[in-house]
Design a protein around this ligand. Structure first.
Ligand SMILES: Nc1nc2c(c(=O)[nH]1)N[C@H]1C(S)=C(S)[C@@H](COP(=O)(O)OP(=O)(O)OC[C@H]3O[C@@H](n4cnc5c(N)ncnc54)[C@H](O)[C@@H]3O)O[C@H]1N2
Ligand code: MOO
Length: 399
């Protein structure tokens, strides 16, 4: 089988990716980043009542006619209302109620004066200027009127949308079912951080990069830990997830070594879509289907798995979730540093991109992850490119 191009690989993956149309109801707090599945219409005015924007006193503005510093208007204080209280009595002319910010404006009042502007004398306030009808007055429905389409079906919910939906009183919302994604690492050499490291073993970093990236992109993966380098065991484990997840990501075991079990796993549980993509790093990636589940077996080298997650898996996630923000954006700019190696095949190197300039860290081997921290881009170097000098114009993708 000949290596396929990155674009061909993405298009094969997308052919086997079905946008999730199913709907689920989730608590509003869990709906961030989800696609709203039905219009959210305000069923009441918000705020639900006329309210005070100030800590002060409410009364009928007509009572301040002709008021000035030397001849203030006087109102008798007949009560007090904090936000959350409800002053049910009608306020007669010449009377005032002390109100805190957010408290409902009682019947009979049509304005509010700031607390600092009045003098309290016994049980009265002295108001030193005229107020007009609806001065310092917030109306019911000022934020959202009853019947307004507050958030449209299909909207990708941001924090502000969650706030709007909360103000409409929606504790649960219908959203497009979120993609179910499982991640696992293969490799008998792997140990989870926190465990002691014995000779020949290394800590599993890939699982943390993938889990972290998925969460950064707004997904909540099932993090399944480490699978042994035993094809039968790994196959039966992964097969057990066929009905439960849309996408199964693994790292490791995809090259040609004795313990590169993912070839056998795919033979046992599904159908291979491709093996090997013409890119460096991460060329030996395998894509497969197992029932309705799509599998992507990324290579184990830490930066290879990171880069191919970005290049191959993000387009799948964007298509599954119907979320355009998950797809990466292209960028162009100048190299701040030289890249000393020739690129016989198409190569992606990590970089930090800002203001049209890509800076490349010194270390960029696929087995090394250290310098990826702080990078936010991959530079796309075409096959057959000589070493690059600083100042070269290059293309890339933003992570
Ligand atoms: N004879 C050949 N050997 C290799 C070839 C080849 O074409 N012919 N390709 C090389 C390339 S390129 C890559 S990339 C790797 C891919 O190997 P695998 O995907 O099978 O990955 P492993 O062998 O399992 O691991 C590679 C490397 O990464 C370390 N690793 C694995 N998993 C993790 C993890 N979760 N966290 C941290 N580090 C991990 C592993 O210990 C190895 O050092 O194959 C080359 N070989
Ligand atoms: O594909 Mo591999 O270049 O060693 O990461």
């Amino acid at each position: 089988m000949q290596d396929i191009s990155l674009e061909q690989a993405i298009s094969v993956l997308l052919e086997h990716t079905k946008k999730i149309e199913a709907v689920e109801e989730v608590p509003l707090l869990e709906a961030l980043g989800c696609i709203l599945a039905e219009d959210a219409v305000a069923t009441f005015d918000n705020p639900p009542f006329d309210r005070s924007p100030l800590d002060g006193y409410a009364f009928a503005a007509s009572g301040t006619k002709g008021a000035q510093k030397e001849v203030p208007a006087s109102f008798r204080i007949i009560g007090e209302e904090c936000a959350g209280d409800f002053f049910a009595q009608e306020v007669p002319e010449g009377a005032a109620v002390r109100l805190m910010t957010g408290a409902a404006i009682p019947k009979g009042c049509d304005c509010v004066v700031r607390q600092e502007d009045v003098t309290v004398q016994d049980d009265c306030i002295l108001v030193p200027y005229e107020l007009h009808h609806h001065e310092n007055y917030c109306f019911a429905g000022e934020d959202v009127r009853k019947g307004t389409l507050a958030v449209k079906r299909g909207t990708e919910l941001t924090a502000a949308h969650l706030g709007v939906l909360a103000s409409l009183g929606l504790g649960m919302v219908k959203v497009r079912r979120r993609p179910r994604i499982a991640i696992a690492s293969t490799g008998d050499e792997l140990v989870l951080p926190g465990e002691p490291l014995r000779p020949g073993k290394i800590y599993n970093s890939n699982l943390y990069v993938l889990a972290g990236r998925l969460r950064e992109l707004g997904f909540e993966p099932e993090v399944l830990g480490i699978l042994p380098d035993d094809a039968a065991k790994a196959a039966s484990f992964i097969a057990g997830w066929r009905e439960k997840v849309d996408l199964f990501l693994t790292t490791g075991g995809v090259s040609v070594g004795k313990k590169d079990i993912m070839h056998e796993v795919v033979r046992c549980i599904g159908t291979r879509l491709f093996w090997r993509v013409c890119i460096k790093p991460g060329a030996p990636v395998i894509a497969y289907t197992a029932g309705d589940m799509l599998g992507i077996a990324l290579s184990g080298n830490p930066f290879a798995s990171y880069a191919t997650f970005e290049l191959l898996t993000r387009p799948v996630l964007a298509a599954l979730a119907g979320r355009s923000d998950v797809a990466y954006r292209a960028a162009e700019g100048f190299l701040a540093d030289a890249f000393p190696k020739p690129s016989y095949g198409r190569r992606f190197i990590r970089a930090h991109y800002a203001d049209g300039v890509f800076s490349i860290p010194a270390q960029h081997d696929s087995g090394s992850l250290f310098s990826a921290a702080g990078c936010n881009a991959l530079i796309d170097i075409p096959a057959g490119t000589e070493p690059l000098v600083a100042g070269t114009r290059v293309k890339g993708v933003l992570l």
